[in-house]
Design a protein around this ligand. Structure first.
Ligand SMILES: O=C(O)/C=C/C(=O)CC(=O)CC(=O)O
Ligand SMILES: [Ca+2]
Ligand SMILES: [Mg+2]
Length: 421
C-alpha cells in the first residue's frame, strides 16, 4: 500500500507525502518567517507543529530548530535529526493518523494554502560554490570560449573544477534579475565597451544544501560525504556571457555571474530522492583515491527550462535535460571542496554546474543552444539569441515514479532592465 496523506494531493503534484521538501515562508507580509514542508497545495508550519509538541522523538523534542527564521539550526543537527523529522511528519500527515487530521484548531493554525503565502530563502547562505560537472557543458563552453583544440582541459577529468560564487546575491524564485552592466570585448585589438550586457543567459543547475559541515583543517571523507548533504534545490546561475568572456582570464568567473543567482524555495531531501537514485557514469581515468567512492550515485531528475518571452502569455520549452547527466557526483564535489581543509558550514550551497546532456535539445544554457548567438532559437515564432528585458525563465525538476512524483516545484526569474547610466 502506498502511503497517503489526509491532505488531498493531486496525482501530478510534486509534493506528495513521500516528498515533504523543507522551505521557509511567511503566511502574511507582516508575520515572522518560519520553516515549513510542502504537502500537495499546502504548507505545513513546522513552528506550529513543534509548539503543539508533535516532534516527540529524542533529538527534536526539546529543540527550537523549527522556531527559527531559517533552516540552518536544523541542518546543523545532521541526518539522525532529518530522519526523525521525516518519520514524524509522514506519520502526522498520513491518512490513518488522527492527531492532526481530526484536530480542526491545530489544522487551521498549521496548514496554509501555498498560493496565499510568501516563500523566502530557506537558509542563510554563508558561502556558495559553483562546480562545472557536466562533460557536455564543459566541452561546449571550451569550444566556444577557447576553440575546438582541446576544449576540455586535462585537469577536468581528475578533479571537479569549481569557482567561488557570490552568496550575497542569491535570491529566491520569483525575484526579478536586473540586467547587469559591465565591460565586454568585441574581438581582436578593439577596445572594450561598457554598458548593459548584450549576452544575458540562464544556466540550468541544481545545488546541494550542506548539513553539519566540517571543522577547519578536517576534510570530509568521500564515503561520508552524503551525511553532509541535506538535499537539493533547482538553481539558475544567470550569466552575462560578454562580461564573462572578457574578465575570466586568468582567475575565472566574477562580475559576469555575481549579479544574481536564483534558487527554488523547496529543498528536496536526499531521503526523498533515494527511490530515484541511479548509478553515476563510469569515470575514466579512475579518480585519485580521495575521490574514489564505494557507491557512485546520481539521481534520475527530469529537468526542463521554459522561457516566457516579454509581453507573451505562453512559455516555450527550450531544453530538457536530466541530473543524471553529471559526471562528478555531489559527494565527490563535497569531498574535493574540503580536501585542503576548507570548512563547509550548515546552509552552504554547492551548485552542480550547468546540466547539459548529449543531445542538442538537452543543452543547459543559451550560450550552447544558440552557439554564442550564432543561431537564433524560435519560441512560438519569437526569436531569441540571448535574454531580453521582460523575459521570464523557469526551471522545473521532477522524479517521475509509478505511484507518485517527487518534484522541486519551479525556479523562476524575470529580467528587469539595466539601471539608467
Ligand atoms: O568554460 C568556461 O570558461 C566557463 C563556463 C561557465 O560558465 C562556468 C560555470 O558557471 C560552470 C557551470 O555552470 O558549469
Ligand atoms: Ca554555473
Ligand atoms: Mg550566478
Amino acid at each position: 500500500m502506498v502511503l497517503k496523506s489526509f491532505v488531498d494531493v493531486h496525482p501530478d503534484s510534486h509534493f506528495p507525502i513521500q516528498n515533504l521538501p523543507f522551505g521557509v515562508f511567511r503566511p502574511t507580509e507582516t508575520s515572522p518567517a518560519r520553516p515549513g514542508v510542502a504537502i500537495g497545495d499546502y504548507v505545513l508550519d513546522l513552528s506550529a507543529v513543534s509548539s503543539a509538541g508533535l516532534f516527540d522523538g529524542p533529538i527534536l523534542k526539546d529543540s527550537d530548530c523549527f522556531c527559527q527564521p531559517n533552516l540552518n539550526k536544523f541542518l546543523a543537527l545532521g541526518r539522525p535529526a532529518w530522519k526523525e523529522a521525516r518519520v514524524t511528519l509522514q506519520k502526522i500527515l498520513s491518512s490513518t493518523e488522527p492527531v492532526l487530521r481530526d484536530n480542526v484548531a491545530l489544522r487551521e493554525k498549521s496548514l496554509f494554502p501555498m498560493s496565499k503565502l510568501e516563500m523566502l530563502l530557506p537558509t542563510a547562505i554563508g558561502d556558495y560554490t559553483d562546480f562545472f560537472s557536466s562533460l557536455h557543458h564543459a566541452k561546449n563552453c571550451g569550444t566556444i570560449f577557447r576553440g575546438p583544440q582541446n576544449p576540455v582541459p586535462l585537469n577536468w577529468f581528475h578533479l571537479p573544477i569549481a569557482y567561488h560564487g557570490r552568496a550575497s546575491s542569491i535570491v529566491v524564485s520569483g525575484t526579478d534579475i536586473i540586467r547587469p552592466r559591465g565591460q565586454g570585448h568585441p574581438s581582436g585589438n578593439s577596445p572594450p565597451y561598457f554598458g548593459p550586457t548584450q549576452k544575458l543567459d540562464f544556466e540550468l543547475e541544481m545545488a546541494a544544501v550542506v548539513g553539519p559541515g566540517n571543522e577547519l583543517g578536517k576534510p570530509i571523507e568521500v564515503n561520508d560525504a552524503a551525511e553532509h548533504i541535506f538535499g537539493l534545490v533547482l538553481m539558475n546561475d544567470w550569466s552575462a556571457r560578454d562580461i564573462q568572456a572578457w574578465e575570466y582570464v586568468p582567475l575565472g568567473p566574477f562580475l559576469g555571474k555575481s549579479f544574481g543567482t536564483t534558487i527554488s524555495p523547496w529543498i528536496v531531501t536526499l531521503d526523498a530522492l533515494e527511490p530515484f537514485a541511479c548509478a553515476a557514469p563510469e569515470q575514466d581515468p579512475k579518480p585519485l583515491p580521495y575521490l574514489a567512492e564505494k557507491v557512485s550515485k546520481n539521481y534520475d531528475i527530469a529537468l526542463e527550462v521554459h522561457i516566457t518571452p516579454s509581453g507573451q502569455k505562453d512559455s516555450s520549452v527550450v531544453t530538457r535535460s536530466n541530473f543524471k547527466n553529471l559526471y562528478w557526483t555531489l559527494t565527490q564535489q563535497l569531498a574535493h571542496h574540503t580536501i585542503n581543509g576548507c570548512n563547509l558550514r550548515p546552509g552552504d550551497l554547492l551548485g552542480t554546474g550547468t546540466i547539459s546532456g548529449p543531445e542538442p535539445e538537452s543543452l543547459g544554457c543559451l550560450l550552447e543552444l544558440t552557439w554564442n548567438g550564432q543561431n537564433a532559437l524560435s519560441l512560438n515564432g519569437i526569436t531569441r539569441k540571448f535574454l531580453e528585458d521582460g523575459d521570464e525563465v523557469t526551471i522545473t525538476g521532477v522524479c517521475k515514479g509509478e505511484e507518485y512524483n517527487v518534484g522541486f516545484g519551479t525556479c523562476s526569474g524575470k529580467v528587469a532592465p539595466a539601471p539608467c547610466p
